[in-house]
Design a protein around this ligand. Structure first.
Ligand code: ADP
Length: 558
């Protein structure tokens, strides 16, 4: 008799041999079973029992073949249901000398999934007829999981790289992860601080709709201590191997919530952050239900890696979108710049042309005043051209934060007066009178050319958008600051535009009526900020606008 009790009834003639073999086989990692022609187990070692989730070989042998088979769902390596006739033991008994198969096994009770590489060979009687099949069960779960993880990761990665539309790619990744890694998979993204669901996937359409309805009725609670909102706040992934209704943060909010949760029947879940530029910009949530699978640390690491790759894909897509936008802005800018530069250039060429003609005819020699006037006009056009070019050259400098101030002690009243004098002609041409009020001396430590640029830009706009009406320039000198106001009575600015017009290329008028770059106020604001000051506008549409610049008189420390 076999002391360890690992030999079943039947096949008595082999009893002795099994007993001897058991001494060797009890210690090995692979499971070994022997079955007779009726499919009954006649021998098993402890490793075989453990693979089947049973405590020992004795228990395994005491169970009927049906009992054992009913406990498990057997699938081929691709997850398709397996015809028991294809099991290597059956094949060996049917005459195949040796047969092997990779099996995916799921314990119906616990949901545990494992892979076994089963090899079988037959023991034949004297007449060469197979009597017994010896099965060797090698637990291939680790290799198989690694292979499956690598496949899922490669698939997710290629989907993420397939398009620069990251909404589409994330939806497709969620779909690709069911049912391989999850029964349910969802993606949420943060959109201006609000959690927005992007995708919910389940291999079965009806179950997917259930999940969608559930999430629509019970969106993530932004204050919950676990779940999507918590992962978005902390950037730390969550693993819930065993979901129980009592788990903190998931307690049912009401009876309907409880019922909906039961319908979904989640049993294990993990939530990983989708990190973009160091911040959690979304989450990837994976959950199991009907498969009964329980997640572990290896699954979490795979999910984390997919989350990281999704984050990289989003960052690339965003960088691409902003590069595209920058190229479009640049093209628009060049088109407008060309148009803007042409106007003073054409006027300048016209002046030079007429100077040439008048010189030839001798008119200018007889009329030096007219000559001087023409030269002045030409200079005016050239000046406008120079200002436009300066503005264009400022763009990259200011964009890169490379404004260098050459501060010196100056009197703002003098600078404002001189600048206004230079603008007097422009204002007159635009039908406006330009008045500088109470310009008392007010000294400060500023960059004179940049200050002149600030005043010029505001005056240019006042004459452009307030032509035909008076323009007033005031300033108030306080102990530490000076405030400059440029007021016109022109077209004004709608409330919704008052913030954005200070941004680059932002305009609140049509190019046809008022050509321009949309750069003047942006440059002005950047120069004011570089001086430690501030600028804002008050306005009423059709009534006019007042731009107020406040500058500290001395550079502020720190
Ligand atoms: P540009 O004048 O070349 O368009 P700016 O940056 O100087 O560029 O101005 C941006 C926009 O702000 C203008 O297109 C216009 O819509 C609005 N704006 C600026 N100044 C005034 C003003 N004084 N009155 C009305 N609208 C103004």
């Amino acid at each position: 008799m076999v002391g360890t009790g690992k030999v079943g009834t039947g096949s008595d003639k082999y009893r002795e041999s099994f007993a001897r073999a058991d001494v060797l086989l009890r210690g090995i990692a692979d499971g070994v079973t022997v079955q007779d022609r009726e499919g009954r187990l006649v021998y098993a070692n402890d490793a075989a029992a453990r693979q089947c989730g049973l405590p020992d070989a004795r228990t395994m042998l005491a169970a009927s073949t049906h009992e054992i088979l009913d406990r498990f769902e057997m699938q081929d390596e691709h997850g398709a249901p397996l015809d028991p006739a294809l099991l290597p033991g059956r094949r060996a008994l049917a005459g195949e000398a040796s047969a092997s198969l990779l099996l995916r096994v799921r314990d119906r009770k616990t949901g545990r999934v494992w892979w076994s590489l089963v090899r079988a060979h037959a023991i034949t009687n004297e007449g060469g007829v197979p009597e017994l099949a010896v099965n060797i069960w090698h637990d291939a779960s680790k290799e198989q999981r690694q292979r499956e993880a690598a496949r899922l990761l490669a698939d997710a990665t290629s989907r993420l790289a397939a398009s620069l539309d990251y909404s589409d790619t994330l939806v497709s990744v969620a779909r690709a992860l069911v049912p391989g890694l999850a029964d349910f998979c969802s993606v949420d993204l943060l959109d201006h601080g609000v959690i927005r669901p992007l995708a919910v996937a389940h291999a079965d359409r009806e179950r997917e709709q259930q999940a969608q309805a559930f999430l629509a009725s019970y969106p993530p609670d932004p204050d919950a201590t676990t779940g999507v909102a918590a992962v978005l706040r902390s950037g730390i992934a969550e693993l819930h191997p065993e979901l129980s209704p009592q788990r903190a943060g998931t307690v049912a909010r009401d009876d309907r919530h409880d019922a909906a949760k039961r319908t979904l029947g989640l049993c294990s879940s993990m939530i990983v952050p989708i990190v973009v530029e160091g911040k959690a910009a979304g989450t990837l949530s994976l959950a199991t239900a009907e498969s009964g699978r329980r997640y572990d640390e290896d699954d979490l690491e795979l999910a984390r890696e997919i989350g990281r790759r999704a984050g990289t894909a989003i960052a690339h897509a965003r960088a691409y979108a902003s590069a595209k936008m920058a190229i479009r802005s640049r093209d628009e800018f060049l088109a407008v710049a060309g148009h803007e530069l042409r106007t003073p250039l054409a006027a300048l060429m016209l002046q030079i042309e007429s100077l040439k003609l008048n010189m030839k005819s001798g008119v200018l020699a007889r009329d030096p005043e007219r000559f001087a006037m023409r030269i002045d006009k030409s200079f005016g056009h050239a000046l406008r051209l120079a200002r436009l070019v300066d503005g264009m050259l400022d763009v990259p400098r200011i964009s890169d934060g490379r404004i260098e101030l050459k501060r010196e002690e100056i009197d703002l009243s003098v600078l404002v007066r001189e600048t206004c004098e230079r603008f007097a002609d422009d204002a007159t041409r635009a039908g406006s009178t330009l008045t500088v009020h109470e310009a008392h001396a007010c000294t400060g430590h500023w960059d004179p050319s940049r200050l002149e640029q600030i005043v010029s830009n505001l005056l240019t706009n006042a004459t452009k958008y307030g032509g035909g009406k008076p323009i007033d320039v005031r300033f108030a000198c306080a102990r530490d600051t000076v405030t400059l106001l440029v007021e016109d009575h022109g077209i004004g600015i709608a409330a919704e535009d008052r913030e954005r017009i200070f941004r680059r290329f932002e305009r609140a008028v049509s190019e046809r009526n008022y050509p321009g770059f949309g750069l003047g106020l942006w440059i002005t604001r950047e120069l004011v900020l570089a001086h430690g000051g501030s600028i804002h506008v008050t306005s009423e549409p059709s009534r006019g606008s007042t731009f107020t610049v406040t500058l500290p008189r001395r550079p502020q420390s720190g």
